[in-house]
Design a protein around this ligand. Structure first.
Ligand code: AIR
Ligand code: ASP
Length: 305
């Protein structure tokens, strides 16, 4: 028997469009949900379990717990920072709190302009309530300015504006180091249909247009970002929604005036000042960041390996 969920939120176009009906069923996600993530065994955190919630999946920077209602999950932002497919790994105190807040803000704003997302609401400093979706095993990167792997691959100077925004797909697979793939691979291996790829491309470009303007307004250039999408089932219908997170962990954000990096490249390139940079992004977006994070005078680096 389907049950009506009374999940209501002021900033949730999906939920506001009507009652979300989900079938009461086993708590275990379908085998295909998170399928690719599970190709490599999810690591188990060494931290003591914070509560009795069931852990559905643990990634490098986030943990997913089962949510309070069927069809929901709790997304927990850790302080772990990784780069180069986990070869570089540190804990940077305060990062998870900042990413949770920044991602909440960006997903809310995107929802307000009609981009469907998995986001329901923030629960606390490190956690947000999201809808459970079947993650499409692609990292979708949108680029406006040459940087990072594109600059390396094509021998472009970092900072060269691109003739137009470029969308790239990477197969989400840690063991393989997330290799770049084309639409041919995606459809041949059945990771997404041609229609889904169209939806993903147009959503990714809408996200890029909106976020480029939003960041420009606060003196930040959105150089590039990575996003992920999932299938959200409502009754018999399915739609593609923006999932995961959008934060300085998965984007390049440069100060317009100084070209200062306000993103995870500070960690990848051992530049230091990561928490201050993320705080600056939050501050410019007008976000209140909890005093526990603000009070710190600098990043606290705890080398784990
Ligand atoms: N990204 C890609 N994989 C993981 C992440 N976070 C993001 C980077 C950057 C963009 O995708 O943070 O914003 C392009 O990365 P790259 O390394 O391909 O240049
Ligand atoms: N987070 C990914 C990793 O651990 C990629 C990156 O952000 O550089 O390799």
């Amino acid at each position: 028997m389907p049950i009506a969920l009374t999940l209501r939120s002021d900033h949730d176009p999906l939920i506001d469009s009507g009652d979300l009906r989900v079938a009461r069923g086993p708590r275990q996600p379908s085998p295909r949900a998170f399928g690719v993530c599970r190709q490599s065994e999810p690591s188990v955190s060494e931290e003591p379990t914070m509560n009795r919630r069931r852990r559905i999946y643990e990634g490098k920077a986030k943990i997913l717990y089962e949510g309070p209602e069927p069809g929901t999950l709790v997304q927990h932002f850790k302080d772990d920072a990784t780069a180069f497919n986990n070869k570089k790994h540190d804990k940077i105190e305060g990062k998870g709190v900042l990413n949770n807040r920044i991602s909440e803000y960006l997903f809310q704003k995107l929802g307000e302009v009609g981009v469907p997302t998995h986001f329901i609401k923030r629960l606390n400093m490190r956690e947000q309530l999201i809808r459970e979706v079947e993650i499409i095993p692609l990292e979708v990167v949108v680029r406006n300015v040459a940087a990072g792997s594109l600059a390396t691959r094509l021998g472009l100077d970092e900072g060269t504006p691109l003739p137009r925004s470029i969308v790239e797909f990477y197969y989400k697979n840690d063991k393989l180091g997330d290799p770049m793939v084309t639409e041919e691979h995606i459809t041949a291996f059945g990771w997404a249909t041609p229609q889904e790829i169209d939806d993903i491309m147009s959503l990714a470009l809408r996200v890029n247009d909106f976020l480029s303007g939003l960041f420009l307004g606060v003196g930040i250039r959105l150089v590039d970002f990575k996003c992920e999408f999932g299938r959200l089932w409502e009754n018999e219908t399915m739609r593609i929604v923006l999932a995961d997170e959008i934060s300085p962990d998965c984007s390049r954000l440069w100060d317009i005036e100084t070209q200062n990096k306000l993103d995870k490249d500070r960690f990848r390139r051992d530049m230091g000042g990561l928490v201050e940079a993320y705080q600056e992004v939050a501050r410019r977006l007008g976000l209140h960041v909890d005093s526990a994070v603000r009070a710190r005078t600098g990043p606290v680096l705890v080398r784990s390996k």
